[in-house]
Design a protein around this ligand. Structure first.
Ligand SMILES: Cc1cc2nc3c(=O)[nH]c(=O)nc-3n(C[C@H](O)[C@H](O)[C@H](O)COP(=O)(O)OP(=O)(O)OC[C@H]3O[C@@H](n4cnc5c(N)ncnc54)[C@H](O)[C@@H]3O)c2cc1C
Length: 436
């Protein structure tokens, strides 16, 4: 088939590679021209491009299966794969910019893939059926259009079903640093780096490739004083007041490589392929990746869910051949059972976290959210073992139901996860730092 993919992000590039390998002719179209010959890639239209990313273990599994050459090249440029005690990949430690630059080069080098720069304005129609897209007003026809245009694209907003979901109530600020040559990683507490949970916010040092790392502070965005975190001197001063993070930004250990990057509006959203009557909303076009499901970045699941969809969609297109409508229906049903549960899980966990950040206690009158069940694994080994497949994204959130009563017992006994050592009131510290 002649396939047009809108969006050359991780989803679009993965699909371009897998579909071209199966003999399809693929044009993957993105408004961003790609990395320049020299200098940094200032990626347009993807706010999170320079924000801290960590790639969960299943991303490594998916790349090994479908893009092994990408994994080899990432490892050669300094990415690394920490492993679990049973030797499975726990994560891929790599900047998003390194990941995408390399992925784009690998996809573009594959015969059958044409990476095109242009803005997709809208779809080409034959009645209700999508027959292609207009790229900068030029008509490009196709047997199948794949919408891999991300979480906020507008090119098909009028014809796609409306997404369900809401803002997740989390604001992000990130800064990237580079370790000075010869310096070891400062102490970590997880495969991704150092993750610290406070009563009203998170602070995380994410390890990346080639001696780089990011520090991210995530909070509920309600206190206007905390907006000052976007100023480097305020950000660094807050980080210095968190004892376990202080040494990460010691001038003898590292130097910043970016300004402080504030995040945009974050939300949990889900959009299937069908309208309210259950009919395909855009026959001839299938949405995939963040265009179907976007989740709070706090758990770092976005690229795993996006590539899992891309992998599954490739297999479904293989099975259905030119019958793209039955492929769309099967993909929609698969997403409803394998992707939507993650969205529901985030909605529950995020809403409850906001309630707790606002001072609420663990609510034992309702099903515990997943983050609290996982946290209870620190004191009950049966909970830890039962929650492990979920935590690694090998099993769906409903598998936590088996250990939820045990976790509930932990909280009923009065145990609560201890807050890390550091400022309690971020607003107060930001205020004092801004005035200094
Ligand atoms: C702050 C933040 C931090 C995150 N951290 C993590 C993390 O740690 N781990 C993780 O796994 N996930 C993380 N995510 C989620 C992850 O970034 C997304 O899941 C991922 O980008 C989805 O890939 P995609 O290819 O579906 O969409 P995108 O990456 O958004 O790519 C879509 C592409 O489509 C192009 N496009 C859109 N409209 C048009 C048009 N009309 N014409 C032409 N081109 C168009 C865009 O330019 C873009 O290149 C984070 C997200 C945010 C916001």
């Amino acid at each position: 088939m002649q396939i047009v993919i809108v969006g050359a992000g991780p989803t679009g590039l993965y699909l371009a590679t897998t579909l071209a390998r199966r003999g399809h002719r693929v044009a993957v179209i993105d408004r961003d021209p790609g990395p320049p010959r020299s200098g940094p890639w200032r990626r347009r239209g993807v706010m999170q491009f320079e924000h801290a990313h960590t790639f969960r273990g299943p991303v490594v599994d998916l790349l090994r299966k479908d893009m092994p050459e990408l994994l080899d090249r990432l490892l050669a440029t300094g990415a690394s794969i920490p492993v679990t005690p049973d030797s499975r990949p726990a994560a891929l430690l790599c900047r998003r910019s390194t990941f995408e630059t390399t992925m784009r080069a690998v996809a573009a080098g594959r015969p059958g893939v044409d990476v095109v720069t242009g803005h997709v304005d809208r779809t080409v129609h034959d009645g209700a059926r999508v027959r292609g897209v207009y790229v900068d007003r030029r008509r490009v026809t196709a047997d199948l259009v794949l919408d891999a245009s991300g979480r906020a694209s507008r090119f098909s907003a009028e014809i796609r079903p409306r997404a369900i979901g809401e803002p997740c109530g989390v604001a992000y600020v990130t800064r990237q640093y580079r370790l000075r040559p010869g310096t070891d990683d400062p102490p970590t507490n997880s495969p991704i780096g150092l993750s610290l949970s406070f009563a009203r916010y998170f602070a995380v040092a994410f390890l990346h490739d080639a001696g780089t790392f990011s520090i991210t502070i995530a909070h509920d965005g309600r206190d206007p004083r905390v907006r000052d975190l976007r100023h480097a001197h305020v950000f660094d001063s807050v980080v210095r007041r968190i004892p376990r993070l202080r040494q990460w930004i010691d001038v003898a250990v590292s130097e910043p490589t970016t300004p402080v990057l504030p995040g945009g509006r974050l939300h949990n959203g889900y959009r299937g392929q069908c309208d309210q009557r259950g009919a395909l909303a855009t026959p001839g076009m299938i949405s995939v990746g963040d265009a179907v499901c976007t989740t709070t970045p706090l758990a770092g699941r976005g690229v795993t869910l996006a590539l899992a969809q891309a992998s599954r969609l490739t297999a479904i297109i293989d099975d259905h051949g030119a019958d793209v409508d039955s492929a769309a229906r099967e993909f929609d049903a698969w997403c409803a059972s394998a992707i939507r549960p993650w969205f529901d899980d985030h909605r529950h966990a995020d809403a409850d976290r906001l309630r707790r950040w606002a001072g609420g206690d663990v609510d034992l009158t309702r099903t515990l959210p997943s983050d609290l069940i996982v946290a209870a694994g620190a004191v009950d080994d049966r909970v830890r073992r039962g929650a492990e497949p979920y935590a690694r994204m090998d099993a769906l959130p409903d598998t936590l139901a088996a250990v939820e009563p045990l976790a509930r017992g932990v909280y009923a006994s009065g145990w609560r996860p201890a807050a890390a050592e550091g400022p309690v009131d971020l607003g107060e510290v930001c205020d004092a730092s801004a005035a200094a």
